[in-house]
Write a protein that binds this ligand. Structure first.
Ligand SMILES: *[C@@H]1O[C@H](CO)[C@@H](O)[C@H](O)[C@H]1NC(C)=O
Length: 683
């Protein structure tokens, strides 16, 4: 810090300054703010914004004062984090002062400007004026510098006139060098306990590259047991990926998969818990320095197979091994695995996402035909990274992605390390609200997804369906790949276009089929295309007339916390005033269902009567779930109340009320356990 004698700006300079300012304002208007971090997104800026004048934190420790002929030195202490700085004031020729503040023990030497001054300034002899525990004052010619201890302040006088003050408003801040926070998980068990206490689970990433490092047990055991994939010359193949030089376990060898799956045991996988699950990435395998970013086609696997013959199924064996490992680790608990590479059969073990997409409207759009193609090929558990992995989405794209992605089976927000932070809480209230609404809609429909996956596991019917799957004789739907059906009852037209004010929705099923907007129950007649107005809050989604949709409408922070929550049944009547649907429920995580620990329920509405009946009579699950509400869409007119009958409840009267121009009728608090068969009659 240097002090120079003041200069007076003349008019010309002032004019130049204003012109410059004007120029800055003009160019500011043209800048896209979205390209820059906000203060909240920069830890440096956040720290500095927190500094307030009423909270002085620096004090000059005058007990440590050292006085010489031409300098004053003392410790300057940051009382917030106890970092000690070195304060020095030097008296220079021409009656000027020089103040330098630096760390006593910086992590590394700080860069000091050279060349800006024409050589080192000449020092001059100071005169001590005053010194006590709170103040020290020195004189130089006609000038004076007074240093105050607490709060730290330096005042410069010309004669008796105060001309400059260091830290006059306690806003002085010295950013000491700090260790970049290295994210280390020092207490993995406690961390996971803390996480699972909120109903969430930890998924950790495991890739197939084994680091070639002496002392790494896995590498050494793989070498000594001959478990690695070989080159064509019979040497252990070595590729390059995240860990650096890596080799790859030969998963075509049953001894290797047995060995590898056992490494998921808690005493091998230190820091793991029973609720920790796995994301298998790069399992094609991806090899940075290999041909086509994988291993050479002439690498040799167990059984003598060249990699060219087995490449496509490598990912299958990798996730199967993980699946076996998790099941051995935590018996009778369904493993969760997310995989990038997969093959026919992988649907038994893992969910898949569509790989490294980008924050681009076309990538949002294509996630639908991609997942729909996989679904009709037998792999339903599919989704795309919300927001796009590479690059930064603008808020419109981000919101649309949350809204659209909620209707694919796998729903995950993800981003590349180098992209701008995009956690929902970083955005304005209205953006947060839209994202929250998308998440709530997603969670409300979890019973639908769960039921569909149960049925998928029994019948192989895809969970999400292109229109052609459900309406094969309707030639209008042949090339519609941007709309989808969730099961057969929910029709969704995600908004995948920027600044859309309308979107075209095709309603299949013929003139007898009516679809109801899930927000306002507005009806749309089948086999026609309608231009539907949309706002940023609107994603066109419809229930099929004739379907019964089980939902859990109480918002929670995690699916696991919804286990015992009550249902709302949305009974959407068709032209004949009837509807039907199913519900599957169980404990949500064990294989108890293989021993018939589940409920599979059929709902039917006909002749003003809703009945529930257990489909698999020999299956039982003592659920705490109950029926909170029934919403009849397209209800019969003139209903005054309702009546419920069940074994446990006997016969009870229920209140009903019409809502929204009589487009729906709400039956309040049936209160019946889902385990019980029941009959609700509208009266
Ligand atoms: C777990 O939570 C407690 C209580 O909030 C906290 O003190 C502790 O630091 C947390 N542990 C870890 C490893 O995050």
């Amino acid at each position: 810090m240097f002090f120079f004698s003041g200069t007076v700006a003349n008019m010309a300079n002032l004019m130049r300054f204003f012109i410059l300012l004007l120029h800055l304002i003009v160019s500011t208007i043209a800048v896209d703010k979205g390209n820059f971090k906000t203060c909240e997104q920069s830890s440096f800026c956040r720290r500095l914004r927190k500094i307030k004048p009423d909270n002085p934190k620096y004090f000059l420790d005058l007990d440590s004062l050292q006085l010489s002929d031409n300098s004053v030195e003392a410790e300057l202490v940051n009382t917030d984090d106890n970092v000690k700085l070195k304060f020095s004031l030097t008296t220079l020729a021409d009656d000027t002062f020089r103040v330098i503040i630096d760390e006593y023990k910086p992590l590394h030497a700080r860069y000091r400007v050279e060349g800006a001054l024409n050589g080192e300034p000449q020092v001059a002899k100071l005169e001590l004026l005053e010194r006590d525990r709170d103040v020290v004052s020195v004189k130089l010619g006609n000038n004076k510098a007074t240093m105050t201890s607490d709060p730290f302040k330096v005042e410069f006088y010309q004669g008796d006139t105060l001309v400059a003050v260091v830290n006059s408003r306690n806003l002085f801040e010295f950013e000491h060098l700090r260790v970049k926070p290295v994210i280390k998980f020092k207490h993995p068990l406690e961390m996971q306990q803390n996480l699972t206490a909120t109903g969430r689970k930890l998924i950790v990433i495991i890739d197939p590259h084994i680091k070639r490092e002496g002392g790494y047990f896995l590498h050494e055991e793989a070498l000594s047991n001959d478990y690695y994939i070989k080159t064509k010359d019979g040497n252990v193949y070595e590729g390059w990926c995240w860990p650096g030089a890596s080799s790859y376990l030969d998963l075509f060898n049953p001894a290797v998969t047995e060995y590898y799956s056992k490494l998921y045991a808690h005493d091998k996988f230190i820091g793991s818990t029973d609720t920790m699950y796995i994301w298998n990435d790069m399992n094609e395998p991806s090899v940075f320095n290999g041909p086509e970013v994988t291993m050479p086609k002439d690498c040799v696997h167990y059984g003598g197979w060249e990699h060219r013959h087995v490449h496509n199924i490598h990912g299958y064996y990798y996730t199967k091994t993980t699946f076996d490992g998790l099941l051995q680790r935590t018996p009778n608990t369904r493993p969760f695995i997310l995989t990038r590479s997969f093959f026919s059969g992988s649907q038994r073990h893992a969910a898949v996402w569509t790989g490294d997409n980008a924050a681009d409207w076309s990538h949002l759009a294509i996630s639908f035909p991609m997942c729909l193609s996989m679904a009709v090929s037998g792999f339903s558990f599919c989704g795309a990274d919300i927001g796009g992995f590479f690059h930064s989405p603008d808020t419109e794209l981000l919101q649309r992605w949350y809204q659209a992605g909620a209707w694919l089976p796998f729903y995950r927000a993800h981003a590349h390390l180098d992209t701008k932070r995009r956690e929902p809480y970083l955005f304005d209230q209205d953006v947060q609200t839209r994202i929250r609404n998308a998440l709530r809609l997603r969670y409300a429909h979890l019973p639908v997804w769960y039921t569909l996956f149960w049925e998928h596991s029994k019948t192989a019917e895809p969970v999400i369906r292109p229109l052609i799957y459900q309406y094969p004789s309707d030639s209008n739907v042949l090339d519609i790949d941007y709309q989808l059906l969730v099961g057969s009852s929910i029709l969704v037209r995600p908004v995948v276009e920027s600044r859309a004010s309308t979107v075209n929705v095709y309603f299949p099923g013929g003139a007898q089929q009516i679809w109801y907007d899930i927000e306002d129950w507005r009806p749309y007649i089948g086999s026609r295309s309608v231009s539907v107005p949309v706002t940023m809050d609107k994603v066109p989604a419809y229930y099929r007339g004739g379907s019964i949709i089980p939902r859990k409408d109480r918002p929670r922070r995690a699916a696991s916390l919804m286990l015992d929550d009550p249902y709302t049944l949305y009974v959407v009547l068709d032209a004949e005033n009837s509807a039907s649907g199913t519900l599957y429920t169980d404990d949500g995580y064990t294989y108890g269902y293989k021993n018939k620990d589940y409920l599979y329920i059929q709902f039917k509405f006909k002749d003003n009567t809703l009945t529930s009946s257990i489909i698999d009579k020999d299956a039982q699950y003592p659920t705490r779930e109950w029926l909170e509400r029934v919403v009849i869409v397209n209800p019969p007119k003139g209903i005054k109340h309702a009546e419920i009958k069940s074994k446990g409840l006997g016969t009870l009267q229920l209140q009903t009320s019409y809502t929204g121009e009589e487009r729906s009728l709400v039956v309040r608090k049936p209160g019946v356990s889902m385990q019980e068969e029941f009959i609700i009659t509208l009266l």
